[in-house]
Design a binder for this molecule. Structure first.
Ligand SMILES: [Ca+2]
Ligand SMILES: [Ca+2]
Length: 433
């Protein structure tokens, strides 16, 4: 059922939404060759009160050396050692790559996705109709592209997909700021989903991938920052979709599928990036990764299970362990929100940590790789991304051996030429840690 790795636990309170927009300009330093740009990750933010207990934030500018390293998640992924330098160097920006975000919907109108030609959130599908519990009474013409909420409890879930997508492809906070996003809504505002919504979402992906109007690709990326059960308590489903059915679909999509979803090695292929989830709800008492589909990663090339690490270069204690294949920044991550098109996740409540944020960083790295080498297979992408030495202060075999997300651009020469079943749980990948 549940999908997101962050689970809202806050009380519902009313939300006020009144704030003027401030456009944010990212300090960008193009290199002489024009092939790579360097952006400062030291940025100012300002808090905007939503109510007595909840804030949003605005991004007020980057490049001031005295500012906090607000975007440390970007700074980190181009460091070969554990020292942060305040910059993110990027050459491939993800152009031409499609990333499917299976989540709670993505606010296409957020400034993080804006371009002169329109939003880089190019499509959205809502696969949640079979989940009738935990549905908000808020209204939206299309919750996949314009998620809504009726209180701050629902906001935690409703904003989740936008946060995740912004870390993949946001122009300021994203790893691959030219990649395209397709929103596949598999969870509702309460972060509830089932294997049925997952299966429908995966079929939506296949249909979209083969749509003649879709940008053509050989390999795309699917980000899943959540977990799921076969059946939700109080949610009617007399014949739940089994984990095995969803697993089979995922395996087919990694290997290649035709327009009907049948296995075809010459068809469209998909790399899956899945959050390892958090110890507050996303794994059992032992803290070991035990939720579908994160459990698939270790035994499946083409599906990467992602754990968390911190700005002080250690593994993040809030993440589940045991089934992880790579770590990525997951603590105190600045990402987009949905209370306004220029709002970000504020510090109150401090729901800015979780493997929900780590997975999209890996998805963004995959998008960068694909933008330079679009014929890479899901298996090759996993191999490249996980072929990195341990680079934290406390490497641990149960935590991906300390391997941390690291951008490895393709050689420039290549571009020159060419749970407890039945219970209701909420799965957002954020936590208050
Ligand atoms: Ca850096
Ligand atoms: Ca794997």
């Amino acid at each position: 059922m549940l999908v997101v790795q962050d689970v809202p636990k806050i009380q519902v309170t009313s939300l006020r939404r009144t704030f003027a927009a401030v456009l944010f300009a990212l300090a960008v330093y193009p290199t002489a060759a024009g092939a790579q740009e360097i952006v400062s990750t030291r940025c100012h933010e300002s808090e905007v009160a939503l109510d007595a207990n909840h804030n949003a934030a605005k991004l007020d500018g980057c490049g001031d050396p005295s500012a906090a390293n607000l975007l440390w998640h970007l700074d980190r992924i181009d460091q070969s050692d554990g020292n942060l330098d305040g910059y993110y160097r990027r050459r491939a920006l993800g152009a031409g790559v499609v990333v499917y975000v299976m989540d709670t919907g993505v606010m296409a109108a957020h400034t993080e996705f804006a371009t002169p030609a329109g939003s880089r959130v190019i499509a959205g599908f809502d696969a949640t109709h079979s989940v009738v519990v935990g549905v908000s009474n808020c209204t939206s013409a299309n919750k996949a592209l314009s998620p809504c909420f009726s209180n701050t409890m629902e906001l935690v879930g409703a904003q989740h997909g936008t946060s995740v997508a912004s870390l993949v492809a946001g122009r300021n906070v994203g790893v691959a700021p030219e990649a395209m996003i397709v929103s596949i809504r598999v969870m509702n505002e309460s972060a509830l989903a089932t294997t049925r919504t997952y299966l429908e979402g995966l079929n939506d992906i296949i249909r979209h991938a083969w749509d003649p109007a879709t940008p053509q690709f050989h390999t795309a990326v699917v980000n899943i920052s959540g977990w799921v059960l076969e059946k939700l308590e109080a949610n009617p489903d007399n014949a739940p979709v089994t984990f095995a059915t969803v697993e089979r679909k995922i395996r087919d999509m990694i290997g290649g599928v035709d327009a009907l979803g049948n296995p075809d090695p010459n068809g469209k292929r998909f790399l899956f990036v899945v959050a390892g989830n958090n110890v507050d709800n996303g794994c059992g008492r032992s803290g070991v990764v035990d939720r579908f589909p994160a459990t698939l990663g270790k035994g499946l090339d083409g599906l990467i299970t992602v754990g968390g690490m911190t700005a002080d270069n250690s593994w993040w204690p809030g993440a589940c362990h045991g089934g992880l294949e790579i770590l990525a920044p997951s603590q105190g991550i600045f990402s987009a929100s949905i209370t306004a098109p220029d709002h970000y996740r504020g510090t109150k409540p401090n729901l800015r940590s979780g493997t929900s944020f780590a997975a999209p960083i890996i998805a963004g790295i995959a998008a960068r790789l694909l933008s330079e080498r679009p014929n890479l297979t899901p298996q090759e992408l996993e191999s490249i991304i996980t072929s990195t030495p341990s680079r934290i202060v406390n490497p641990d075999a149960s935590r991906a051996d300390g391997k941390v997300a690291f951008v490895q651009d393709a050689p420039a020469v290549l571009t020159a030429g060419t749970g407890s079943r039945g219970t209701v749980s909420r799965g957002g990948a954020e936590t208050r840690r």
